[in-house]
Design a protein around this ligand. Structure first.
Ligand code: GDP
Ligand code: MG
Length: 370
């Protein structure tokens, strides 16, 4: 059932909340401004106050936020977005760290780059590659579950001294299910007991056929520790990206996905957003999940303040009223009223879902279905 808070109802009618409460009192109900009333009551009150009521369905609220059919203008090339996956301790974090620093000219900005959850590096061919810096299958699955497809290429890290392990197989399954091409980074090649050939054979047993085994999957032997072959890995990613022919429209309102978000003591809610289409600008009115805001500042992965961020560019976004959740999709909307409509609707949905699962409805439904 649909519902609305008294405050929100008053806002939408541009009436005072006290007048709404007075109306409700006339009908024999006592309410506070924060109370939620059902849609029928809200309609009655609105009509009593001389407003015409147009009830909107969920589909109307969400309509037009995403996937506007403008494929004909998807013409500008964009950088690939890469996620690193693999078994625990096989070197995901080390590889991400090494790649991140491979590019930093020593001395530049003190050699310090801040961590925002995603970053870009330049491949030897001069093209940029965006890395999602939150390794782990959880993030990948969470984003997929919310319908966010952020990754163009998966780097599967397999330690040459350990071989294919349970989470390696899990990662293979994730990548296959999401139809995302994989590049294999056979890591820890510096170790005396490294057996890269064994890795290739084990991969074959899981239907991942690398080129030297007659397949199409590219593999690169690397050492995250010694920074061996990182340029080659970047080149392979760039080649793979060329094959994918990634293009989008940069000149439209931005769409993106929240990579991570937090409440920062000094700066308030901060969200790292990967822009996927269009361009995000300071001043834009944005929604993500049940949160809204106006972009107050954008900060690049280099820690620099920027005025805008285009497709495949990760930025920190300041100006949300509250932190959204990782995996939430971001959209720019035309005005604050629209942002309020979307987020108040979603917040309400969220509360209902929480209430439903708390009361065990979910559980019993699942039991009935299984
Ligand atoms: P993650 O769990 O996949 O993120 O793995 P980490 O990056 O934390 O690495 C696990 C361990 O392997 C750490 O002790 C790293 O120092 C080590 N390690 C990572 N890459 C290499 C490598 O290329 N060579 C060697 N010898 N050790 C590595
Ligand atoms: Mg790690």
């Amino acid at each position: 059932p649909e519902a609305i808070t008294i405050q929100e109802l008053a806002n939408r009618m541009a009436e005072r909340a006290v007048d709404v409460i007075r109306m409700l009192m006339k009908q024999g109900a006592m309410h506070k401004i924060t109370d939620v009333i059902d849609a029928d009551t809200a309609q009655l009150i609105a009509e009593e106050l001389g407003h015409t009521v147009k009830r909107v369905a969920a589909s109307d609220v969400e309509e037009g936020l995403f996937d506007v059919a403008d494929n004909s203008t998807d013409i500008e090339p964009r950088s690939p977005v890469v996620t690193v996956m693999g078994h625990v301790d096989h070197g995901k974090t080390s590889l991400l760290d090494s790649l991140r620093h491979a590019n930093v000219v020593s001395g530049e900005a003190g050699g310090i780059t801040q961590h925002i959850g995603a970053y870009q590096v330049t491949s030897p061919d001069g093209k940029k590659i965006t890395f999602i810096d939150t390794p782990g299958h959880a993030a990948f699955t969470a984003m997929r579950a919310r319908g966010a497809k952020v990754t163009d290429v998966v780097i599967l890290v397999v330690a040459a001294d350990d071989g294919v392990m349970p989470q390696t197989i899990e990662a293979i399954n994730h990548a296959k299910a999401a139809k995302v091409p994989m590049i294999i980074a056979i890591n820890k090649i510096d170790k005396p007991d490294a057996k890269p050939e064994r890795v290739r054979t084990e991969l074959l047993q899981h239907e991942v056929q690398v080129e030297s085994m007659g397949g199409q999957v590219v593999d690169v032997e690397v050492s995250a520790k010694n920074k061996t072959n990182l340029d080659k890995l970047l080149e392979m990613i760039s080649l793979q990206a060329d094959l994918l022919d990634l293009k989008t429209n940069a000149s439209r309102p931005a769409e993106g996905t929240v990579i991570e978000a937090k409440l920062d003591r000094g700066r308030g809610p901060v969200a790292t957003v990967l822009v996927q289409r269009g361009t995000l600008r300071v001043g834009d009115i944005i929604v993500a999940g049940a949160e809204m805001g106006r972009v107050r500042a954008l900060i690049s992965d280099q820690g620099e303040t920027v005025n805008e961020a285009g497709p495949s560019v990760p930025v920190e976004v300041l100006g949300f009223n509250g932190p959204p959740e990782a995996g939430d999709r971001l959209a720019v909307v035309e005005n604050e009223a629209r942002a309020r409509q979307v987020t108040s609707y979603r917040a309400h949905q969220k509360r209902e879902n929480a209430a439903a699962s708390a009361s065990g409805m979910r559980g019993s439904l699942e039991q009935m279905m299984s």
